[in-house]
Design a protein around this ligand. Sequence first.
Ligand SMILES: [Zn+2]
Length: 157
Amino acid sequence: MTHQVCMDKLQEYYGVKDIVMQEISSFTRHLDENSLNTLWESMKYNVSPSKRIGVNDIWLVCRDKNLPVKKSEPVRLPVFDVNCDVCHYNYRWKQAVAEQDEKNGIYEKCPRCGFPYYETWNEKEYTRDGRDNGADYRALVARWKKSYTAAREKQNG
Ligand SMILES: [Zn+2]
C-alpha cells in the first residue's frame, strides 16, 4: 500500500490525533510499499484499536519486523523540556530517541525514575478533545509513584 493509504488506515483504526499523525507520517516516510503492508498488518495484529498510539508504537513494530527505520537514523521530531509526573525531574524529551540523542542528553524515559514521558504526552493529546477522562493515566502515575518511592526508601535504608 502507498504511504498515504497506510497513514489513513492507521488514523482511522486508532483514531490518531492529527499532530501525532504528522509525526508518524514523518517517521515512516522512507518505508517502501511492502514495509508499509507489514507495518499495517503487524499493528492490527499486535496493538489494540483502543490503544492511543504514537511514534513509539510504530517504532516498536518496525524494530520487531526489521523494517528499515533505524533508530540511529535522525528522526526529525521536536525536543521538549518536560517535567516527570512521577518524580518531578526536569529533562529533555523526544519520541523515538536515537543513540546520538542520548549522547546529547535527550531522553525517551525519565533518567531518574524511568517513567516514559510518552504516556504523559499521549495523555495530553488525547484528553484535549474529551475523549478520555484521564483516569487510566492517573492510575498509571500512582502505580509508578508507589514503586519509585518504595525503591528510594529501600536505597536510603
Ligand atoms: Zn521521573
